[in-house]
Design a protein around this ligand. Structure first.
Ligand SMILES: [Zn+2]
Length: 59
């Protein structure tokens, strides 16, 4: 089933994807080790703290 996305939608999806795979600074240990664990769950790889945050972006 072909899915057609408009140009703007595609750019949004790409930006969201880049944010979702980026690493963020952990508020607990202040190391750049936060990675997305599932849709709105972010986990620190160093201290194993988990945070509920944005679906595509850690804030
Ligand atoms: Zn941490």
């Amino acid at each position: 089933m072909p899915i057609k996305y408009g140009k703007k939608i595609r750019e949004k999806v790409r930006a969201a994807h880049l944010k979702s795979v980026a690493r963020y600074k952990c508020p607990e240990c202040s190391r750049l080790a936060i990675k997305r664990a599932s849709s709105a769950i972010w986990a620190c790889k160093k201290c194993r703290a988990t945070f509920a945050s944005g679906t595509y972006e850690f804030r």
